[in-house]
Write a protein that binds this ligand. Sequence first.
Ligand code: HEC
Length: 263
Amino acid sequence: MLHRLRHAASDLEIGGSLEGVPYGETRFVSYEELMRLPQVSVTVSDDTNFGKTVEISGVELEKLPGVLGAKRGASMVIALSDDKYAAHYPAAYLHAHHPLLVLRVNGKQPANWPLGVDGVPMGPYMVSHASYTPSFRVLSHEDEAQVPWSVVRMDVRRESEVYAPIEPQGEAASDPVVQQGYVIAKQSCFRCHSRLGEGGLKSNRHWGDLAEKAKNDPKYFDAYVVDPKKINPKSEMAASPEYDAATLGALRRYFASFSGSTP
Ligand code: HEC
């Protein structure tokens, strides 16, 4: 199923820990081949990308590592969008929420999908769920639906390897507030900010840059997280107006623990 070369713009790029594929190389799978895999159809009424009830069908993300020939233990799926936004699906998320790699919306192929809320096409691929019930809450961060669109690549990875660079280190690891900040950062910030090659590359500010802001300019850090457009009208960062002082404090304490480390 995995091809060395891209044959069509609609091919999905596949990377990560794959049997028989040198790490760092990627392969391609076609839309038609994905359509031949077992399909699941569900009705979606609560995905903000659609703004209305739609019928979606596609392949369950939790089946992908198996059908793509992932190496043992590589059960995490990462969906990468064309702007290098990375949605992470650890095993716990896959089992709790059963996300789908969407292949059809209301029976139609990507070219005929409804446009996204900003009027932009949502293909070639996207991820959505039947309905979404948050499964955890940390301070004022609630387990958030990971529903990227413009998805062009899927990676299968070992969770421990992906999170290793952003795990709290040394003394910070035993600080419960740092650990709360870590849970939030790994689900939210890690989609666009990266460290040592892991995480999304939508932002060119890496973990070390955020660490310096958290340590040296806490007011700026907090204001940026709550409402980035207020500071930078062209910001492409997601706002988190729901974060209270304790949540922002936990994020700062977590990021500050990376201050002075390799960016
Ligand atoms: C949707 C992608 C996205 C997410 C999610 C995101 N950011 Fe950002 N962030 C960006 C981008 C892109 C920039 C660069 C400037 C801009 O567009 O705002 C940025 C800039 C920043 C800055 C300003 C850095 C500077 O040098 O001025 C801070 C601080 C920051 N992010 C913190 C965070 C934290 C903390 C989180 C998690 C709670 C987070 N970001 C989540 C995309 C994101």
